[in-house]
Design a protein around this ligand. Structure first.
Ligand code: WT7
Length: 634
């Protein structure tokens, strides 16, 4: 779906007078030009919206490219901005978080209460010996304690590494190992479609493979019986009742470039990359984009329906809305449980003003028809956002007309785990073309180039690059500076361009149309997965000797995973084995990586150097021309 939707639609949607009158940023062109010509000045002005213990000496330090540094010489802590400063004014008593469980339980926390919970958690971590700079791994369902845990780490200068709660023990263990985590924070489990989901036993399996873990803190959530190991395992509620877990905790004064978190994402090899983000630049970038792109006002209720386990959750569920003092809505559960009106019911119930979700979620709910949203008063909505993959014009229009009543701009945001925040997106005042993420955000010069780094003519496909550094950029791949430099930079001689890994077009009006990944990365339901990870999961099964994974268009998921397996000598593939292999991948990587099918084959198309030609497999599956086969091995 994602693939065949590009540039189908050239209709332009103009913002209403009301949207224009309400806009936090009333003009784009001039400010954009100013922001690119005076990049450091622009970002210094944005940084002034935040609270600094000590201001910076330099906005951008580019003395060691591509290891850019921002706001050097300053003292800062993101929690000082997301919580502490709000305690000084009326925001203190405002709701910071409204959380609803799948079963309908509601818990809410004012900024005052958030500070109490985060301080208690921070003191608990300190009592476990957690030190500044240490990486704490967090593996939790989408509950308020996940947010408290992240903020508690940041508050004391520890680095969080959140692993999505849908990942398997293998994936969790690999991330713990890479980060050398000593402390793991988890929960007994969560709920999905009314059923309890077990997390602690997965965490226990992972810890068997993770010799670095000394302490595991478990939050009680779904009440499942879990296995606790004395000396290693602690219930959070037990620790919280100890005197050390006081509700007073000084926020650590950090340097701008001190690390805030690591977040693992998939790439071309089987080994996930731990993208490292730092305190100050990330805070400035995410809060600025959030304020400008979504027209956030202090009285707004903001709902980013992503899991905190992904970058969207980090940047736009947790950090930027709290920095901007908004009220966050959070939901732990399936979007269509018990009925397909769940999200719209919550929009009405909480009076949500700004709603941010993925094309997959929209397509998934679109299938159930208009009558579900139409049962609800959605008139509180002002802005709608989309993220994760290209949004096809059909889903765009449904979102716009049925959910937004043709009055809410659709903010289609292109960005990545690596970029920290949104890079290309319309402002609410920007005329929209369904399917295009429109124009670069302030300070960003975006181009579509050929292999030499030269810009291709309007309308032609090429590689998407960013021609400049920005404050929210990842600083490196944790523990692997070299891989960071070669993967993302340095292909085009003197031109220091950031390589996004996506292909795209820019049209005559300068609108960007992202087509999709060019590397061996798949976007499945907006989740990012590497073909190499899926293939190695398949090959780890004793029956499989070689495997290949590709993505094919899927109506709801955007792309779906299809796989090919060569079996070991003498084995014959049948339905039972196919099912076993599908489940094996789900167990190894997580349910999101489970293939649609496994086809048993005798051979795979390969280059002479032995690389699998997934392009050929894809073309064959789609009945398309196989293209240039000159590198295909005999
Ligand atoms: C990849 C990054 C950004 C947070 C969630 C995903 C694709 C993302 C869009 C969009 C077209 C998009 C790209 C990108 N992507 N947003 N609005 N239009 N494509 O972060 O998991 O790091 O994935 O998602 O292919 O490279 P991620």
């Amino acid at each position: 779906m994602a693939d065949n939707s590009i540039e189908k639609s050239s209709e332009i949607y103009h913002p209403s007078a009301e949207v224009v009158a309400n806009a936090n940023v009333p003009e784009y062109e001039q400010l954009y030009q100013y922001s690119c010509e005076n990049r450091e000045q622009f970002w210094a002005e944005q940084a002034d919206h935040l609270r600094w213990y000590k201001k910076w000496d330099k906005v951008l330090d580019d003395s060691n490219k591509p290891f850019y540094k921002w706001f050097t010489g300053a003292n800062f802590n993101i929690v000082h901005n997301a919580i502490d400063r709000h305690l000084e004014d009326a925001t203190r008593n405002k709701l910071a978080i409204i959380w609803e469980s799948e079963a309908g339980a509601v818990r809410s926390f004012s900024y005052h209460a958030l500070n109490r919970e985060v301080s208690k958690f921070a003191n608990t971590l300190k009592s476990m010996g957690v030190k500044k700079g240490e990486v704490v791994t967090i593996y939790m369902p989408q509950v308020p304690e996940l947010v408290f845990a992240m903020l508690a780490c940041a508050k004391i200068g520890a680095v969080h590494s959140v692993v999505y709660g849908g990942f398997s023990y293998e994936a969790l263990a690999a991330r713990i190992e890479d980060a050398h985590s000593r402390v793991l924070i988890t929960a007994d489990g969560g709920f999905r479609r009314g059923k309890p989901i077990d997390l602690k036993s997965i965490a226990n399996e992972a810890m068997k493979r993770s010799p670095t873990i000394e302490v595991c803190i478990t939050v009680r959530n779904n009440g499942l019986d879990v296995e606790m190991e004395s000396e290693r395992d602690f219930w959070y509620h037990d620790l919280q009742s100890l005197p050390v877990a006081s509700n007073k905790c000084e926020t650590e004064v950090l340097d701008s470039e001190d690390p805030l978190f690591i977040l693992y994402t998939s790439g071309t090899t089987g080994k996930p990359k731990g993208m490292l983000h730092t305190h100050a630049g990330y805070a400035v970038y995410t809060s600025t984009t959030h304020r400008c792109l979504f027209d956030v006002k202090p009285e707004d209720r903001w709902w980013c329906a992503a899991d905190p386990g992904w970058i969207t959750g980090h940047s736009y569920l947790v950090y930027s809305p709290l920095i901007n003092g908004a009220t966050i809505v959070m939901y732990e559960g399936a979007p269509n449980y018990p009925y397909p009106n769940r999200l719209w019911q919550m929009v009405e119930k909480y009076g949500v003003n700004l709603f941010y979700t993925s094309p997959t979620a929209i397509r998934g709910l679109m299938r159930f028809g208009e009558r579900w949203p139409q049962r609800h008063d959605l008139s509180s909505l002002r802005i709608l956002g989309s993220v994760g993959e290209p949004i096809n014009p059909e889903a765009w229009k449904w979102y716009y007309e049925v959910i937004g009543d043709s009055k809410c701009p659709i903010i289609d945001t292109w960005w990545q785990t690596e970029t920290g925040g949104v890079m290309i997106a319309p402002l609410p005042i920007t005329p929209l073309k369904p399917g295009s993420c429109t124009k670069p955000f302030f300070g960003n010069e975006v181009a579509v180039v050929d292999d030499e780094g030269n810009e291709v003519p309007a309308g032609e496909e090429g590689k998407l690059v960013i021609k400049n550094p920005w404050p929210g950029m990842a600083r490196t791949i944790y523990g692997d500076d070299e891989r960071y430099a070669s993967l993302y930079w340095g292909d085009y001689g003197d031109k220091e361009y950031y390589k996004a890994g996506d292909s795209a077009k820019v049209d005559e009006d300068g609108y960007v149309w992202v087509i999709g990944r060019m590397d061996e990365v798949l976007k499945v339901s907006g989740y990012r997965l590497g073909t190499a990870e899926i293939e190695s999961a398949l090959v780890s099964h004793q029956a499989v000797s070689e495997a290949a994974a590709i993505g094919l268009p899927h109506e709801v998921k955007g792309n779906a995973i299809h796989t090919y397996a060569i079996l070991r000598d003498g084995l014959v593939g049948d339905k039972a084995l196919e099912q076993e292999l599908k489940e094996h991948v789900a167990k190894e990587l997580g349910k999101i990586a489970q293939p649609e099918d496994v086809q048993f084959v005798e051979s795979l198309p390969k280059t002479r150097s032995g690389k699998i030609m997934r392009r050929v497999l894809r073309a064959r599956a789609l009945g398309q021309d196989e293209g240039d086969l000159s590198t295909l091995e005999e």
